[in-house]
Design a protein around this ligand. Structure first.
Ligand code: C2G
Length: 132
């Protein structure tokens, strides 16, 4: 059983997130998503539209996702990888290189982001539409 983990906020869930989750699941048999808590989001300088419980419920409804855990800090990855016996960490390539320090205990894979979509872009385009 090959275990994969990925981390993120996954706010306003969109097809870019789904592409990432599908690609992460393709790397193994069991996918854990460490979902940023609302408190960690503020540490990341992000305010999500949906709170943690709603974002968790959405992720848990996705066929590629086997388990959702909390992401409460930048530093927890090493501990998560050991605790959940993770084989592969998968992140979008906007994070390329950022988690290479974990290569001593896990395979690290950066997969290409879905370029044209982002939560930020959705929010700003909706704002523009409402202005007109
Ligand atoms: N993603 C993607 N394509 C997009 C948007 C996002 O592939 N168009 C990927 C990101 O690269 C990331 C994942 O989807 O791997 C989640 O993205 P975010 O919710 O924006 O997560 P982020 O804020 O990058 O948090 O400790 C790591 C952080 O928690 C990652």
């Amino acid at each position: 059983m090959k275990r994969v983990i990925t981390y993120g906020t996954f706010d306003l869930l969109h097809y870019g997130h789904i592409n990432l989750l599908r690609r992460a699941k393709e790397c193994g048999d069991y996918l854990i998503v460490a979902l940023s808590t609302d408190e960690f989001n503020s540490l990341k300088g992000k305010k999500s539209y949906f709170d943690f419980q709603k974002r968790k419920m959405l992720l848990e409804s996705i066929r590629y996702v086997d388990l959702v855990i909390e992401e409460r800090s930048w530093e927890q990855k090493r501990e998560d990888i050991k605790l959940y016996q993770v084989d592969t960490l998968v992140m979008g390539d906007d994070w390329i290189g950022k988690f290479d320090d974990l290569k001593d205990i896990v395979e690290v894979k950066y997969v290409s982001r879905t370029p044209e979509v982002s939560t930020t872009k959705i929010k700003s385009e909706l704002k523009e539409e409402i202005k007109i």
